[in-house]
Design a protein around this ligand. Structure first.
Ligand SMILES: [Zn+2]
Length: 286
């Protein structure tokens, strides 16, 4: 993949070296995405939340020391994020719609969100629908490699594009629809709905990959797509459950199996057509 020198949009906040006060106030629509993403790590989100809730944070801002390696990663994230915005703006326009940009936030350790509580590295990258920002602690890049075995630059690009996919779902209303069912369905049924939302975000990551070469400054090669599929497989519910619990519990799936995730990413890439991504009515997911 080629990305160096690519355009970087202004929809970016560098919060490295900053931390600020505020107690966790989880609730509403933001909660889902954070909790869902927490599961990506196989940890117990409730436990994480309790830890967060008991923490009061202090304002602190001193000189920030960043490594060259990390700075490069930040640049990478910015260029990829800008590329997703370029693609989605064009895709929306071709549908007669207007795309509203999300903002990328890079932070260390933890950071407050506007409406989704305290963001923490332990959740992995996440999207907060209330403030329309994608949050990423870049230590996740190592996690991808070491814990999930997803190597290569594109794995991180896939994760970012997946989060931006959630922003697209906020704009299309899919996220609100799923959220409105919360509490009205059994946990098992609600999980099934969440799987559909997540697989659609994977599909949207594939849509971005399909159009990136023509519509943005990022150039992808076929090997990148293979890497993307491997990354999608690495974070499948079945594989993560097997790793963390030694067994697979399909009722508890929230993101989809490795096979499903790779399938929907690839489908987005192959078709480049957002109409092909109606995971909510797909016969294979009923
Ligand atoms: Zn997701």
């Amino acid at each position: 993949m080629r990305w160096k020198g690519g355009r970087k949009s202004g929809n970016f906040e560098d919060r490295r070296g900053m931390s600020s006060g505020g107690k966790l106030a989880l609730g509403g629509i933001g909660g889902i995405i954070i909790l869902v993403v927490g599961l990506l790590f196989g940890g117990d989100p409730q436990e994480l939340l309790q830890q967060m809730q008991t923490t009061d944070m202090q304002q602190s801002s001193g000189p920030v020391e960043t490594s060259a390696e990390e700075n490069e990663l930040v640049e990478f994230a910015q260029v990829i994020h800008t590329s997703t915005g370029d693609v989605w703006r064009a895709v929306f326009r071709s549908e007669g719609l207007e795309f509203r940009s999300d903002t990328l936030v890079v932070y260390w350790d933890r950071t407050p969100t506007d409406g989704c509580g305290m963001g923490a590295a332990a959740y992995g990258p996440f999207y907060c629908p209330a403030d329309e920002k994608v949050y990423i602690d870049l230590s996740f890049n190592n996690e991808l490699k070491e814990r999930f075995g997803a190597t290569g630059e594109f794995a991180m690009a896939y994760v970012l594009a997946h989060e931006v996919g959630h922003h697209v779902q906020k704009l299309t209303g899919a996220m609100d629809k799923v959220n409105s069912m919360r509490g009205r369905l059994s946990e098992r049924e609600y999980n099934k709905l969440t799987v559909k939302l997540e697989l659609q975000a994977d599909f949207y990551a594939g849509i971005w990959a399909h159009h990136a070469n023509k519509m943005s400054d990022v150039y992808l090669e076929f090997d990148d797509i293979i890497e993307g599929m491997k990354a999608a497989e690495a974070v499948g519910d079945d594989r993560l459950q097997m790793q963390t619990q030694g067994k697979v519990v399909p009722e508890a799936f929230t993101h989809g199996t490795s096979e499903q995730r790779a399938y929907w990413f690839k489908k987005g890439y192959d078709t480049g057509d957002i109409r092909q991504g109606d995971t909510f009515n797909d016969p294979s997911l009923q």
